[in-house]
Design a protein around this ligand. Structure first.
Ligand code: NAD
Ligand code: TYD
Length: 376
Protein backbone atom coordinates (compact mmCIF):
# COMPACT_ATOMS: atom_id res chain seq x y z
CA UNK A 1 0.00 0.00 0.00
CA UNK A 2 1.50 3.34 -1.02
CA UNK A 3 1.47 6.26 1.35
CA UNK A 4 0.52 9.30 -0.73
CA UNK A 5 1.10 12.64 0.94
CA UNK A 6 1.16 15.75 -1.24
CA UNK A 7 -1.13 15.15 -4.18
CA UNK A 8 -1.31 17.42 -7.21
CA UNK A 9 -4.79 16.96 -8.71
CA UNK A 10 -5.00 18.44 -12.19
CA UNK A 11 -8.49 19.45 -13.34
CA UNK A 12 -9.88 19.23 -9.81
CA UNK A 13 -12.59 21.82 -10.52
CA UNK A 14 -14.17 19.66 -13.23
CA UNK A 15 -16.79 16.97 -12.82
CA UNK A 16 -14.77 13.89 -11.84
CA UNK A 17 -11.90 15.79 -10.21
CA UNK A 18 -14.12 17.74 -7.81
CA UNK A 19 -15.86 14.55 -6.71
CA UNK A 20 -12.44 12.91 -6.25
CA UNK A 21 -11.18 15.73 -4.01
CA UNK A 22 -14.38 15.71 -1.95
CA UNK A 23 -14.27 11.93 -1.46
CA UNK A 24 -10.61 11.99 -0.51
CA UNK A 25 -10.93 14.77 2.06
CA UNK A 26 -14.35 13.91 3.47
CA UNK A 27 -14.66 10.15 3.22
CA UNK A 28 -11.18 8.63 3.16
CA UNK A 29 -9.86 8.45 6.74
CA UNK A 30 -6.69 6.68 5.51
CA UNK A 31 -5.65 9.82 3.63
CA UNK A 32 -4.16 12.48 5.88
CA UNK A 33 -2.13 14.40 3.30
CA UNK A 34 -2.66 17.59 1.29
CA UNK A 35 -4.28 18.25 -2.06
CA UNK A 36 -3.21 20.92 -4.53
CA UNK A 37 -5.84 21.46 -7.21
CA UNK A 38 -4.31 22.89 -10.41
CA UNK A 39 -7.08 23.95 -12.75
CA UNK A 40 -7.22 26.50 -15.56
CA UNK A 41 -10.95 27.04 -14.94
CA UNK A 42 -12.00 26.64 -18.54
CA UNK A 43 -15.76 26.70 -19.21
CA UNK A 44 -15.86 23.20 -17.59
CA UNK A 45 -14.15 24.15 -14.33
CA UNK A 46 -16.37 25.54 -11.61
CA UNK A 47 -14.95 26.54 -8.21
CA UNK A 48 -18.50 26.57 -6.82
CA UNK A 49 -18.39 22.76 -6.92
CA UNK A 50 -15.78 22.84 -4.14
CA UNK A 51 -16.77 25.99 -2.25
CA UNK A 52 -17.63 24.03 0.90
CA UNK A 53 -14.45 21.95 0.68
CA UNK A 54 -12.42 25.16 0.34
CA UNK A 55 -14.20 26.54 3.39
CA UNK A 56 -13.55 23.43 5.48
CA UNK A 57 -10.04 22.44 4.38
CA UNK A 58 -8.61 25.42 2.45
CA UNK A 59 -6.84 28.66 3.25
CA UNK A 60 -10.10 30.35 4.14
CA UNK A 61 -10.46 27.91 7.04
CA UNK A 62 -7.02 28.91 8.32
CA UNK A 63 -6.67 32.66 7.84
CA UNK A 64 -3.16 33.96 8.22
CA UNK A 65 -1.46 30.60 7.68
CA UNK A 66 1.17 30.70 4.98
CA UNK A 67 0.82 28.24 2.06
CA UNK A 68 4.41 27.03 2.34
CA UNK A 69 4.25 26.13 6.06
CA UNK A 70 0.66 25.18 5.79
CA UNK A 71 -0.08 23.59 9.14
CA UNK A 72 -3.64 22.42 9.03
CA UNK A 73 -4.44 23.40 5.47
CA UNK A 74 -5.25 20.33 3.41
CA UNK A 75 -6.71 21.86 0.24
CA UNK A 76 -4.98 24.41 -1.97
CA UNK A 77 -6.37 25.84 -5.18
CA UNK A 78 -3.96 27.05 -7.86
CA UNK A 79 -5.44 28.55 -11.01
CA UNK A 80 -3.26 27.78 -14.00
CA UNK A 81 -2.67 25.83 -17.17
CA UNK A 82 -1.05 22.39 -17.11
CA UNK A 83 0.85 23.47 -20.25
CA UNK A 84 2.64 26.19 -18.22
CA UNK A 85 5.88 24.42 -17.35
CA UNK A 86 7.34 27.02 -15.02
CA UNK A 87 4.13 27.12 -13.00
CA UNK A 88 3.95 23.32 -12.78
CA UNK A 89 7.60 23.15 -11.70
CA UNK A 90 7.08 25.78 -9.02
CA UNK A 91 4.09 23.85 -7.64
CA UNK A 92 6.11 20.63 -7.46
CA UNK A 93 8.74 22.45 -5.41
CA UNK A 94 6.49 24.64 -3.23
CA UNK A 95 4.27 21.77 -2.16
CA UNK A 96 6.85 18.95 -2.32
CA UNK A 97 4.52 17.02 -4.64
CA UNK A 98 4.99 13.23 -4.45
CA UNK A 99 1.84 12.23 -6.33
CA UNK A 100 0.01 13.44 -9.42
CA UNK A 101 -3.48 12.40 -10.38
CA UNK A 102 -4.12 13.85 -13.79
CA UNK A 103 -7.77 14.56 -14.61
CA UNK A 104 -7.38 17.85 -16.52
CA UNK A 105 -8.56 17.54 -20.09
CA UNK A 106 -10.84 18.87 -22.72
CA UNK A 107 -13.44 16.16 -22.34
CA UNK A 108 -16.39 16.58 -24.68
CA UNK A 109 -16.49 14.68 -27.99
CA UNK A 110 -18.85 17.15 -29.72
CA UNK A 111 -16.58 20.08 -28.87
CA UNK A 112 -13.57 18.12 -30.18
CA UNK A 113 -15.33 17.77 -33.53
CA UNK A 114 -16.01 21.51 -33.70
CA UNK A 115 -12.59 22.62 -32.44
CA UNK A 116 -9.89 19.95 -32.03
CA UNK A 117 -6.96 22.28 -31.33
CA UNK A 118 -7.67 22.83 -27.64
CA UNK A 119 -7.80 19.04 -27.23
CA UNK A 120 -4.34 18.59 -28.67
CA UNK A 121 -2.96 21.42 -26.55
CA UNK A 122 -4.36 20.32 -23.20
CA UNK A 123 -4.67 16.56 -23.60
CA UNK A 124 -1.40 15.95 -25.45
CA UNK A 125 0.90 18.88 -24.66
CA UNK A 126 -0.50 19.37 -21.16
CA UNK A 127 -0.01 15.70 -20.30
CA UNK A 128 3.50 15.84 -21.73
CA UNK A 129 4.28 18.90 -19.58
CA UNK A 130 3.09 17.22 -16.38
CA UNK A 131 4.94 13.99 -17.15
CA UNK A 132 8.16 15.73 -18.07
CA UNK A 133 8.08 18.01 -15.03
CA UNK A 134 7.48 15.00 -12.79
CA UNK A 135 10.45 13.23 -14.41
CA UNK A 136 12.65 16.25 -13.81
CA UNK A 137 11.50 16.95 -10.25
CA UNK A 138 11.43 13.34 -9.05
CA UNK A 139 14.84 12.30 -10.39
CA UNK A 140 17.81 12.70 -8.09
CA UNK A 141 21.30 13.65 -9.30
CA UNK A 142 21.98 10.12 -10.58
CA UNK A 143 18.68 9.97 -12.48
CA UNK A 144 17.02 7.51 -10.05
CA UNK A 145 13.36 8.26 -9.29
CA UNK A 146 12.05 9.32 -5.93
CA UNK A 147 10.82 6.12 -4.23
CA UNK A 148 7.49 7.38 -2.89
CA UNK A 149 6.35 9.07 -6.12
CA UNK A 150 3.38 8.18 -8.32
CA UNK A 151 1.83 9.62 -11.49
CA UNK A 152 -1.70 8.36 -12.09
CA UNK A 153 -3.09 9.17 -15.52
CA UNK A 154 -6.87 9.24 -15.97
CA UNK A 155 -8.17 8.06 -19.31
CA UNK A 156 -11.23 6.79 -21.06
CA UNK A 157 -12.55 3.63 -22.71
CA UNK A 158 -13.03 5.73 -25.87
CA UNK A 159 -9.36 5.18 -26.77
CA UNK A 160 -10.29 1.59 -27.71
CA UNK A 161 -12.66 2.69 -30.50
CA UNK A 162 -16.08 1.22 -31.18
CA UNK A 163 -17.48 -2.28 -30.53
CA UNK A 164 -19.98 -4.30 -32.55
CA UNK A 165 -22.83 -6.13 -30.86
CA UNK A 166 -20.61 -8.41 -28.81
CA UNK A 167 -17.32 -8.31 -26.90
CA UNK A 168 -15.85 -5.95 -24.34
CA UNK A 169 -12.69 -3.85 -24.13
CA UNK A 170 -9.88 -5.41 -22.10
CA UNK A 171 -6.58 -3.82 -21.13
CA UNK A 172 -4.96 -5.50 -24.14
CA UNK A 173 -7.46 -4.26 -26.71
CA UNK A 174 -5.45 -2.16 -29.17
CA UNK A 175 -6.13 1.59 -29.27
CA UNK A 176 -8.33 2.57 -32.20
CA UNK A 177 -9.62 6.07 -31.44
CA UNK A 178 -12.15 7.67 -33.79
CA UNK A 179 -12.75 11.22 -32.54
CA UNK A 180 -10.27 14.04 -31.99
CA UNK A 181 -11.07 13.70 -28.26
CA UNK A 182 -10.32 9.99 -28.09
CA UNK A 183 -7.26 10.36 -30.34
CA UNK A 184 -5.85 13.03 -28.02
CA UNK A 185 -6.53 10.84 -24.97
CA UNK A 186 -4.91 7.82 -26.66
CA UNK A 187 -1.83 9.98 -27.35
CA UNK A 188 -1.67 10.95 -23.70
CA UNK A 189 -1.97 7.29 -22.62
CA UNK A 190 0.93 6.37 -24.89
CA UNK A 191 3.03 9.23 -23.53
CA UNK A 192 2.33 8.17 -19.93
CA UNK A 193 3.37 4.58 -20.64
CA UNK A 194 6.41 5.77 -22.64
CA UNK A 195 7.56 7.74 -19.58
CA UNK A 196 7.28 4.58 -17.49
CA UNK A 197 9.22 2.40 -19.93
CA UNK A 198 11.82 4.97 -20.97
CA UNK A 199 12.53 6.93 -17.81
CA UNK A 200 11.19 4.65 -15.09
CA UNK A 201 8.60 7.26 -14.07
CA UNK A 202 6.23 5.47 -11.66
CA UNK A 203 3.06 5.60 -13.77
CA UNK A 204 -0.32 3.94 -13.36
CA UNK A 205 -3.14 4.35 -15.86
CA UNK A 206 -6.88 3.80 -15.77
CA UNK A 207 -9.39 3.75 -18.63
CA UNK A 208 -12.95 4.31 -17.48
CA UNK A 209 -16.36 4.16 -19.13
CA UNK A 210 -18.99 6.95 -19.10
CA UNK A 211 -19.39 8.60 -15.70
CA UNK A 212 -22.48 10.25 -14.26
CA UNK A 213 -23.23 11.98 -10.95
CA UNK A 214 -23.24 15.40 -9.24
CA UNK A 215 -21.50 18.45 -10.75
CA UNK A 216 -21.31 17.17 -14.34
CA UNK A 217 -21.38 20.00 -16.87
CA UNK A 218 -24.74 19.97 -18.68
CA UNK A 219 -23.32 19.27 -22.11
CA UNK A 220 -23.03 15.52 -21.45
CA UNK A 221 -26.02 13.26 -22.00
CA UNK A 222 -27.40 12.72 -18.49
CA UNK A 223 -27.21 16.25 -17.00
CA UNK A 224 -28.23 17.83 -20.33
CA UNK A 225 -31.36 15.67 -20.45
CA UNK A 226 -32.22 16.26 -16.77
CA UNK A 227 -32.02 20.04 -17.15
CA UNK A 228 -33.88 20.07 -20.47
CA UNK A 229 -36.68 18.01 -18.91
CA UNK A 230 -36.96 20.41 -15.97
CA UNK A 231 -37.11 23.36 -18.37
CA UNK A 232 -39.54 21.71 -20.82
CA UNK A 233 -36.99 21.83 -23.64
CA UNK A 234 -36.63 19.19 -26.42
CA UNK A 235 -34.50 16.12 -25.66
CA UNK A 236 -32.11 15.70 -28.62
CA UNK A 237 -31.19 12.08 -29.39
CA UNK A 238 -28.40 11.59 -31.92
CA UNK A 239 -29.01 9.21 -34.85
CA UNK A 240 -31.26 6.22 -34.08
CA UNK A 241 -30.62 6.40 -30.32
CA UNK A 242 -29.26 2.84 -30.31
CA UNK A 243 -25.64 3.66 -29.48
CA UNK A 244 -24.61 1.93 -26.30
CA UNK A 245 -22.59 3.27 -23.38
CA UNK A 246 -21.48 1.56 -20.16
CA UNK A 247 -22.34 3.87 -17.23
CA UNK A 248 -20.55 4.07 -13.89
CA UNK A 249 -21.34 6.32 -10.93
CA UNK A 250 -18.59 8.89 -10.40
CA UNK A 251 -17.90 7.80 -6.80
CA UNK A 252 -17.35 4.21 -7.91
CA UNK A 253 -14.89 5.47 -10.54
CA UNK A 254 -13.06 7.58 -7.99
CA UNK A 255 -12.82 4.74 -5.46
CA UNK A 256 -11.31 2.65 -8.25
CA UNK A 257 -8.80 5.42 -9.04
CA UNK A 258 -7.81 5.63 -5.37
CA UNK A 259 -7.48 1.83 -5.23
CA UNK A 260 -5.14 1.85 -8.24
CA UNK A 261 -3.15 4.74 -6.75
CA UNK A 262 -2.65 2.83 -3.53
CA UNK A 263 -2.14 -0.69 -4.81
CA UNK A 264 -1.74 -0.67 -8.60
CA UNK A 265 1.40 -1.95 -10.23
CA UNK A 266 3.69 0.68 -11.81
CA UNK A 267 3.38 0.43 -15.58
CA UNK A 268 -0.04 -1.17 -14.96
CA UNK A 269 -3.17 -0.28 -16.85
CA UNK A 270 -6.61 -0.86 -15.30
CA UNK A 271 -10.03 -0.77 -16.94
CA UNK A 272 -12.87 0.66 -14.84
CA UNK A 273 -16.52 0.26 -15.79
CA UNK A 274 -20.02 -0.12 -14.48
CA UNK A 275 -20.84 -3.44 -16.24
CA UNK A 276 -23.96 -1.48 -17.04
CA UNK A 277 -24.70 -1.12 -20.76
CA UNK A 278 -27.59 1.00 -21.94
CA UNK A 279 -28.85 2.03 -25.36
CA UNK A 280 -29.15 5.83 -25.25
CA UNK A 281 -32.87 5.80 -25.97
CA UNK A 282 -33.64 3.21 -23.28
CA UNK A 283 -31.57 5.18 -20.80
CA UNK A 284 -33.45 8.34 -21.71
CA UNK A 285 -36.88 6.73 -21.15
CA UNK A 286 -35.69 5.45 -17.76
CA UNK A 287 -34.36 8.90 -16.86
CA UNK A 288 -37.66 10.48 -17.88
CA UNK A 289 -39.43 8.22 -15.37
CA UNK A 290 -36.98 9.08 -12.59
CA UNK A 291 -37.07 12.85 -13.21
CA UNK A 292 -40.84 12.90 -13.66
CA UNK A 293 -41.36 10.97 -10.41
CA UNK A 294 -39.13 13.30 -8.41
CA UNK A 295 -40.11 16.61 -10.05
CA UNK A 296 -43.84 15.96 -10.41
CA UNK A 297 -43.85 15.96 -14.23
CA UNK A 298 -46.11 13.88 -16.48
CA UNK A 299 -43.79 11.27 -18.05
CA UNK A 300 -46.02 10.84 -21.12
CA UNK A 301 -45.74 14.57 -21.85
CA UNK A 302 -41.96 14.56 -21.29
CA UNK A 303 -41.62 11.59 -23.68
CA UNK A 304 -43.26 13.70 -26.39
CA UNK A 305 -40.28 16.08 -26.25
CA UNK A 306 -37.81 13.35 -27.35
CA UNK A 307 -36.45 14.58 -30.62
CA UNK A 308 -34.21 12.54 -32.98
CA UNK A 309 -31.51 14.76 -34.53
CA UNK A 310 -28.68 14.37 -37.03
CA UNK A 311 -26.09 11.86 -35.88
CA UNK A 312 -22.69 12.86 -34.45
CA UNK A 313 -19.97 12.37 -37.13
CA UNK A 314 -17.97 9.21 -36.43
CA UNK A 315 -20.36 8.32 -33.58
CA UNK A 316 -18.94 5.23 -31.83
CA UNK A 317 -21.62 2.56 -31.73
CA UNK A 318 -20.94 0.67 -28.56
CA UNK A 319 -18.60 0.82 -25.57
CA UNK A 320 -18.39 -1.96 -22.98
CA UNK A 321 -15.66 -2.46 -20.42
CA UNK A 322 -14.24 -5.67 -19.06
CA UNK A 323 -13.08 -4.61 -15.60
CA UNK A 324 -12.24 -8.08 -14.29
CA UNK A 325 -8.56 -7.17 -13.80
CA UNK A 326 -9.11 -4.43 -11.19
CA UNK A 327 -11.69 -6.62 -9.44
CA UNK A 328 -9.45 -9.67 -9.38
CA UNK A 329 -6.08 -8.03 -8.69
CA UNK A 330 -7.00 -5.05 -6.50
CA UNK A 331 -10.34 -6.10 -5.01
CA UNK A 332 -12.39 -3.13 -6.30
CA UNK A 333 -16.14 -3.61 -6.75
CA UNK A 334 -18.83 -1.28 -7.97
CA UNK A 335 -21.03 -0.24 -5.02
CA UNK A 336 -23.74 1.97 -6.54
CA UNK A 337 -26.45 0.40 -8.69
CA UNK A 338 -27.67 2.36 -11.71
CA UNK A 339 -31.08 2.87 -10.13
CA UNK A 340 -29.53 4.27 -6.98
CA UNK A 341 -26.97 6.38 -8.88
CA UNK A 342 -29.55 7.92 -11.21
CA UNK A 343 -31.75 8.73 -8.21
CA UNK A 344 -28.87 10.44 -6.38
CA UNK A 345 -27.87 12.34 -9.52
CA UNK A 346 -31.38 13.64 -10.20
CA UNK A 347 -31.75 14.59 -6.52
CA UNK A 348 -28.49 16.54 -6.73
CA UNK A 349 -29.60 18.55 -9.78
CA UNK A 350 -33.00 19.17 -8.17
CA UNK A 351 -31.45 20.52 -4.99
CA UNK A 352 -28.61 22.60 -6.45
CA UNK A 353 -30.45 25.33 -8.28
CA UNK A 354 -27.76 27.93 -7.53
CA UNK A 355 -25.04 25.80 -9.19
CA UNK A 356 -27.25 25.29 -12.25
CA UNK A 357 -28.29 28.96 -12.43
CA UNK A 358 -24.64 29.98 -12.25
CA UNK A 359 -23.86 27.84 -15.26
CA UNK A 360 -26.96 28.73 -17.22
CA UNK A 361 -26.45 32.47 -16.75
CA UNK A 362 -22.68 32.31 -17.13
CA UNK A 363 -22.45 33.94 -13.70
CA UNK A 364 -19.78 31.43 -12.61
CA UNK A 365 -17.54 32.76 -15.37
CA UNK A 366 -17.86 36.32 -14.03
CA UNK A 367 -17.21 35.09 -10.52
CA UNK A 368 -14.04 33.33 -11.65
CA UNK A 369 -12.88 36.46 -13.47
CA UNK A 370 -13.50 38.62 -10.42
CA UNK A 371 -11.75 36.23 -8.02
CA UNK A 372 -9.02 34.74 -10.15
CA UNK A 373 -8.54 37.10 -13.09
CA UNK A 374 -8.98 36.15 -16.74
CA UNK A 375 -9.30 32.48 -17.55
CA UNK A 376 -6.15 30.69 -18.72
P1 NAD B 1 -14.47 18.09 -17.22
O1 NAD B 1 -14.49 18.64 -18.60
O2 NAD B 1 -15.70 18.14 -16.38
O3 NAD B 1 -13.31 18.80 -16.37
C1 NAD B 1 -12.04 19.06 -16.90
C2 NAD B 1 -11.33 20.01 -15.94
O4 NAD B 1 -10.00 20.25 -16.47
C3 NAD B 1 -12.01 21.37 -15.82
O5 NAD B 1 -12.05 21.76 -14.46
C4 NAD B 1 -11.10 22.30 -16.64
O6 NAD B 1 -11.12 23.64 -16.16
C5 NAD B 1 -9.75 21.64 -16.44
N1 NAD B 1 -8.81 21.95 -17.53
C6 NAD B 1 -9.05 21.89 -18.87
N2 NAD B 1 -7.96 22.28 -19.54
C7 NAD B 1 -7.00 22.58 -18.62
C8 NAD B 1 -5.66 23.03 -18.70
N3 NAD B 1 -5.06 23.25 -19.89
N4 NAD B 1 -4.96 23.21 -17.55
C9 NAD B 1 -5.55 23.00 -16.34
N5 NAD B 1 -6.83 22.59 -16.21
C10 NAD B 1 -7.55 22.38 -17.33
O7 NAD B 1 -13.95 16.58 -17.38
P2 NAD B 1 -14.34 15.29 -16.54
O8 NAD B 1 -15.57 14.69 -17.11
O9 NAD B 1 -14.25 15.60 -15.10
O10 NAD B 1 -13.13 14.33 -16.96
C11 NAD B 1 -11.94 14.29 -16.18
C12 NAD B 1 -10.98 13.27 -16.80
O11 NAD B 1 -11.60 11.99 -16.85
C13 NAD B 1 -10.58 13.60 -18.24
O12 NAD B 1 -9.23 13.28 -18.38
C14 NAD B 1 -11.45 12.67 -19.08
O13 NAD B 1 -10.80 12.36 -20.31
C15 NAD B 1 -11.55 11.47 -18.17
N6 NAD B 1 -12.75 10.64 -18.34
C16 NAD B 1 -13.99 11.21 -18.31
C17 NAD B 1 -15.13 10.40 -18.41
C18 NAD B 1 -16.52 10.99 -18.34
O14 NAD B 1 -17.49 10.26 -18.52
N7 NAD B 1 -16.68 12.27 -18.03
C19 NAD B 1 -14.98 9.01 -18.57
C20 NAD B 1 -13.70 8.47 -18.59
C21 NAD B 1 -12.58 9.29 -18.46
P1 TYD C 1 -21.80 12.04 -24.08
O1 TYD C 1 -22.41 12.27 -22.73
O2 TYD C 1 -21.42 13.22 -24.90
O3 TYD C 1 -20.55 11.06 -23.83
P2 TYD C 1 -19.62 10.29 -24.92
O4 TYD C 1 -19.86 10.83 -26.25
O5 TYD C 1 -18.27 10.62 -24.41
O6 TYD C 1 -19.99 8.85 -24.78
O7 TYD C 1 -22.81 11.16 -24.93
C1 TYD C 1 -23.26 9.88 -24.49
C2 TYD C 1 -24.09 9.28 -25.61
O8 TYD C 1 -25.27 10.07 -25.78
C3 TYD C 1 -23.39 9.29 -26.96
O9 TYD C 1 -23.75 8.12 -27.68
C4 TYD C 1 -23.96 10.52 -27.66
C5 TYD C 1 -25.36 10.59 -27.12
N1 TYD C 1 -25.95 11.95 -27.00
C6 TYD C 1 -27.21 12.22 -27.53
O10 TYD C 1 -27.85 11.34 -28.15
N2 TYD C 1 -27.73 13.47 -27.38
C7 TYD C 1 -27.05 14.47 -26.73
O11 TYD C 1 -27.56 15.61 -26.64
C8 TYD C 1 -25.75 14.18 -26.19
C9 TYD C 1 -24.97 15.23 -25.46
C10 TYD C 1 -25.25 12.89 -26.33
Amino acid sequence: MRSLKNILVSGGSGFIGCNFIRTLLEKTPGFTGRIVNLDALTYAGNPASLADVEAAYGKTAHPGVNAADSTGIRYFFEKGDICDRSLVESLFRTYDIDTVVHFAAESHVDRSILGPEAFIKTNVMGTFTLLDTARQCWADGSGAMRQDALFHHISTDEVYGSLGETGRFTETTPCDPRSPYSASKASSDHLAMAYYHTYGLPVTLSNCSNNYGPCQFPEKLIPLMILNMLEGKPLPVYGDGKNIRDWVYVEDHNRAVWTVMQKGECGGKYNIGGENEWENIRLLYTLIDVVSGKAGLDPAKVRETVHFVRDRPGHDRRYAIDCSKIKRELGWERQVTFEEGLGKTVDWYLSNAAWIDGIRSGEYLDWVKKNYGDRA
